[in-house]
Every structure is written in C-alpha cells, then in structure tokens.
Write a protein that binds this ligand. Sequence first.
Ligand code: AMP
Length: 215
Amino acid sequence: MKIILLGAPGAGKGTIAKLLTEFDGSVQISTGDILRSIVKEGNVLGQKAKEYMDRGDLVPDSLIMDIMESRLQEPDCQNGFILDGFPRTIPQAEALAKLLARLKIKLDFVANLDAPREVILDRLTTRRTCCNPSCQAIYNVKNNPPNEDGTCTLCNHQTIQRDDETEEAISNRLKTYHQKTAPLNDYYEKEGLLKIFLSLIADDTIADIIKALKA
Ligand code: AMP
C-alpha cells in the first residue's frame, strides 16, 4: 500500500501505521520517529529540532523535505509505505506531490483518522513511548500498558512520557495542527484522494482501511 495517514496528534496515526505494516510488509515512515532518532544523536541539527519539538511547534519544511526525499528512495519503500505525520503543512504536501511525480509513485489514498477531542486528550496524556530509537513502541497506561517496571514489552528499554506531552506542549501541538495541518484535508479532498476513518478501536479502523484498499 502507498498511503498517507492524516489526523491530529493522538488520533492514532502511529498505532494504526504500525498495525498496517503487518498487513502487506509496507514500511511505516514516521517523521516524528525519525526526528526523535536525530535528537538522540545529539548533534547540532538534533538540538535545533528538539527546540521546535519540545514547544510543540513544527520543524522547518526544508528539513523535513530533505529527510523525506532520501527516505522515500530507500529500497524498502518499493513494497509500499505508510506516511505517518507527513505531510504536516500545505508546502510539504505540494513538495511531496512533486517528489512522488518525479519518482513515478502513485498514492492509493489519504486516510484521515478522526477521533473526538476528549479521546485525543486522554490518549496523549496517558501515552508512553519506548525510548529505544529503533523501537519507539507506543503504550497507553490505561489499556495497553508496558511491563510493570515501565519497560517495553518488545525490547525491554524504558518507556517514557515524551517531552512534548506536557499539558502546555499538547495544547500548542493541537493549535498547530488546526492552523497548519487540518487544511490538508481540503487539499486532498480536492485532489480526490481523501477518505475519512473513525479512529476509536484500532482493529476496527484497520479493517476499514484494508477494506478501502481492496475496493
Ligand atoms: P509526532 O511524533 O508525529 O507527533 O511528531 C512529533 C513532533 O515532531 C511534532 O510535534 C513536530 O515538532 C515534529 N514533526 C514531526 N513530523 C513533522 C513534519 N512533517 N513537519 C514538521 N514537524 C514535524
């Protein structure tokens, strides 16, 4: 599959993308995960990116496009990909359209994951993420907890609450989403690519997306 997952922070993009990779071997490409790995490396680029991320702001489009231009040309993308958290702005979507045309890649569709605001806030405040850059598994302390000692059930590294999951950063991320990312729904609607999926129970959302892919 070649799809884009859109949706507010906490709409379930990361969880749904990870589950979809099991369907046909498509790779998850999460710009958030890639950026967190760069931050872990601790170089100047990582320090700069961390400043934007901790505030809940978007990192500059030019950095994201450099990352995505090379990532989409890696061999594992040939089986398909699920873009998670990218594009996040209209300029990113326009640059992506040009890049895909150049690489002769056609998207199946753009899936907008829709969830009520209370559900989103609850998910963001109860989320824990594995700190291992090559794992970054997502947990929820209420209904999908890590091991009792807080370690990841997959790789045993510690799970953490992300620096951008403070109340202030969450509220800024939601504001940024409404200002800069939500307009992408109209953009992809006009392109005839948008499909909306309710994102409450992951298994149901996966089934709906797979049904749409087969249609
Ligand atoms: P996420 O894990 O997708 O919630 O992303 C975490 C943070 O990484 C965001 O709040 C942004 O600061 C940054 N980020 C991730 N993807 C993008 C993107 N496509 N454009 C700009 N910033 C991004």
